[in-house]
Design a protein around this ligand. Sequence first.
Ligand code: KG4
Ligand code: ZN
Length: 339
Amino acid sequence: MSKSFLTLGIESSCDETSVAVVKDGKEVLSNVIASQVDWHRKFGGVVPEIASRKHVELINPVIDEALKEARVSYDDLSLVAVTFGPGLVGGLLVGISAAKAISYAHSIPLIGVNHIEGHIYANFISSPDIKPPLVCLTVSGGHTDLLYFESLGQYQILGRTLDDAAGEAFDKVARVMDIGYPGGPAIDKLAKEGDPKAIDLPRSFINEDNYDFSFSGLKTAVLNYINNQKQKGQEIDKADLAASFQQAVVDVLKAKVIKAVQNKGVKQVLLSGGVASNSQLRRELKEALEELNIKLYYPEPKLCTDNAAMIASAGYFRWQENKEVNPYSLNAYPALRLR
Ligand code: KG4
Ligand code: ZN
């Protein structure tokens, strides 16, 4: 029997210090996530300087815990995969330095992973039988990308946001509504009690003949609505506002995905990134695609938001493709994009 291939994944691009051990790219043996959310909450967003310092404190204990939980040692590892962008430079450098040290000290190949590719590959952990061709929507705090996968590792960018990412819009709107941090889960919860038709909000580009997105107009419309209500001395129904905002985001995402599947003729769609855990987006997209006989996949909630198992999985599949590893000159690329 051939020895199983164990990848150590390291993720530190934002405010989660995470380390995972993944077997053969799909089976998670451990996925330790140390969230810094409590340190950033009072600032209403991630403070890069605090994030870097916390990553330095947390990285070694989290590596130890991930190996212990997976019941493996450094000698059992075949590959070290680390996020090298996009993200906050300070955090990325902490993860990259730790990965290089492990790779060098234990003679294990090193591979740099694009964080957005990581989000996409989270789907292959939750549903190992997925096979392209497919369309993939990645919606996170920093990205909104619509991709067409012809085969594994070969994708075409159909469209992306021209301004704010979908998750960023959730976070900013939740902040002006003062309903908690991070904004996505807070709006998701509050929207369940509101009327999605109560407030008329814009759905940018919904009928345009492209796959691009724009969410900054929607954010401004929410801000204007709040200011107008205040000037008129009228109460704001936060549940109605949350529901109306969320409906506007879901309508646009759904319309673009449906246009993409119809043009590309695919039978499978992947959802990935933190916003992929939004309950209304999952439900409405699933229903709309089912009517077209198309299957929707999304990762389990823990694999939607930032975690190292998805980085290990993406690194494994990249390595499988061409066995290309990175030299120790691997650097952090804060503005790295999908190519
Ligand atoms: O993928 P992720 O953990 O980090 C980035 O790579 O950006 O995504 C975080 C984003 C945040 O903007 C957060 O508000 C959003 O995902 N999010 C949600 C939900 N859960 C997390 N947005 C909408 N509904 C949710 N349930
Ligand atoms: Zn992410």
